[in-house]
Design a protein around this ligand. Structure first.
Ligand SMILES: Nc1ncnc2c1ncn2[C@@H]1O[C@H](COP(=O)(O)OP(=O)(O)OP(=O)(O)O)[C@@H](O)[C@H]1O
Ligand SMILES: [Mg+2]
Length: 501
């Protein structure tokens, strides 16, 4: 009886080429290899970029447990494990594909050498051209001829694994060795990789006995999206969301206003993609970062004033299906049942973040104790916005009240002129193009200058008959002295002797 099926095996040459199209970048591809190293218990990982024109190569070596030759052969198979298989609690893998897809996305020859304790090194190699020519999944033994030296880093180790990428047509094409521009382009990947790995694996690096990752001999430092070591970062209440028998942990953070950070800390806090882009959820799977700053399609947009909101979500590896994790570990989508809770948490965090962000923006809108707080007032006239200098501000009131008629007119003219000519379009443009470059009051000026101004305003208040205590209270409420509580409290009338109080 004729069978009612045909066997239609994939055509090796065509399929292996298609495995190249998963959409990796050099940094996401290398991160995928490091997942494997960490799962194998590595403490140290060494990434090396070697420039040699179109013969350039990259190695990733670890001191993990290594693979026997049977394990290595199994590991080289595309689909080495069924994605439905339950994984160890700390396993960063899922699909049995990463090693192959990540490597083929960047190179045409993938060699893996590995060694378990007490054994010698075993080596296997995929050569895409050879698979294409033979139309068979022929896994080669040993390195390509002439490449033996490239895996020699493993020799001195008791155990570990080394992945070698050669024929990197996606990164170097047919560049010549002496093409300096091409060399710079090649080496420029190093800093992208460094930033990416420092972010994706930051928790592993920061662990008490953390892993170390080196790139071309240089140790990579971690990038913590939540600036946890800054005392002014505000962690909000952690929530535990239940899904089947597992728990998703959600921890929101509101990051400090930039005036509360040193310039270096603020620069670094922006991360690989900058403050605005890095807002949103950060999804960790088994402590490995999958997604860095995304509002997860919950109907919220990335906007400047929400940039201080960053929220950590922690997933175990048993929810991969529900969260729609992809092979690259660069995507995750919240299951419908959790979306409402996540939206609520995002909304609360964004509101808190806006408050901190507007800490100075409030200058123009806050309606608190009295009308004398801010130098600038925002006025709405027939639907149009106008900025006016507050005549009730103590210093200005003082100036106007105690000047002679002639001077008063000149001061008034000057104020009007300033108001009429503020370059609003220029400020708006600057602020939207360089939102983080905004000047903080008295930034970079000597403290004596600020103290001088503080004293002047104090004297003005006292001169208008306000008692010392009340004057100080008002000063503290006054922009920009809110930050200098102690200086205000230390002001003493007798220090201003000679001033007519
Ligand atoms: N550096 C390494 N050290 C030890 N074993 C490794 C290493 N790299 C890969 N392996 C073995 O090879 C297997 C296949 O790796 P691969 O990355 O292709 O798939 P995976 O990690 O199982 O799943 P995923 O596709 O999600 O990455 C791993 O499961 C592991 O057993
Ligand atoms: Mg993997």
């Amino acid at each position: 009886m004729a069978e009612d099926y045909e066997i239609v095996a994939p055509e090796p040459g065509a399929l292996i080429e298609s495995l190249r199209a998963f959409g990796y970048t050099p940094q996401t591809a290398i991160a995928d290899l490091i997942d494997n190293s960490i799962t194998a218990g590595a403490r140290n990982i060494w990434v090396y970029f070697t420039w040699n024109g179109d013969g350039s190569y990259i190695t990733v070596r670890d001191d993990g447990k290594g693979m026997t030759s049977e394990e290595l052969v199994a590991a080289m198979r595309a689909g080495s494990q069924n994605p439905r298989t339950r994984r160890g609690r700390k396993d960063l893998g899922r699909f049995g594909l990463g090693l192959k897809t990540a490597s083929f996305s960047q190179c045409r020859i993938l060699t893996v050498a590995s060694k378990v304790s007490g054994s010698s090194i075993t080596t296997r190699r995929w050569d895409l051209d050879y698979v294409g020519q033979t139309s068979e999944w022929r896994l080669l033994h040993e390195t390509a001829s002439g490449s033996e030296q490239r895996i020699s880093g493993l020799k001195d180790q008791e155990k570990g694994t080394l992945v070698l990428w050669e024929c990197m047509d996606r990164i170097v094409s047919d560049d010549r060795v002496d093409d300096q521009k091409a060399e710079r382009r090649f080496l420029s990947h190093i800093s992208n990789v460094e930033q990416h790995l420092g972010m994706v694996f930051h928790r592993f690096i920061d662990d008490l006995q953390g892993i170390t990752i080196h790139i071309n001999g240089h140790q990579i430092s971690s990038w913590d999206p939540f600036l946890s070591s800054e005392s002014t970062t505000q962690p909000l209440q952690e929530e535990r969301l239940h899904l089947h028998d597992d728990v998703v942990r959600v921890r929101p953070y509101v990051l400090p206003h930039h005036s509360r950070l040193s310039a270096a800390a603020h620069d670094r806090g922006g991360g690989p993609r900058g403050w605005n882009t890095q807002q949103g959820f950060y999804i960790y799977r088994n402590r490995r970062l999958l997604l860095a700053g995304d509002w997860l399609g919950l109907g919220m947009r990335k906007e400047e004033h929400y940039k201080l909101a960053r929220i950590a979500i922690d997933l175990p590896n048993s929810m991969d299906h529900e969260w729609d994790i992809d092979v690259r570990k660069s995507r995750a989508r919240p299951p419908g049942i959790l979306q409402e809770d996540l939206r609520r948490i995002a909304r609360i965090t964004r509101e808190r973040a806006v408050d901190v962000y507007r800490h100075r923006g409030k200058v123009l809108s806050r309606k608190t104790s009295g009308n004398d707080i801010f130098i600038w007032n925002r006025e709405l006239k027939s639907g149009r916005v106008k900025f006016r200098i507050n005549r009730e501000h103590p210093l200005i009131a003082d100036l106007l009240q105690f000047s002679v008629q002639e001077d008063r007119k000149r001061v008034e003219t000057l104020l009007r002129l300033i108001e009429e000519t503020i370059p609003v379009p220029l400020i708006t443009l600057e602020n939207s193009e360089h939102p983080d470059k905004e000047f903080v009051p008295f930034e970079g000026s000597p403290p004596s200058e600020m103290l001088g101004i503080l004293k002047e305003v104090y004297i003005s208040l006292r001169r208008s008959g306000i008692p010392s205590d009340e004057a100080k209270e008002r000063l503290i409420a006054l922009e920009p002295f809110q930050e200098f509580n102690e200086l205000v409290m230390a002001l003493r009338d007798d220090e201003m002797m000679g001033e007519d109080l």
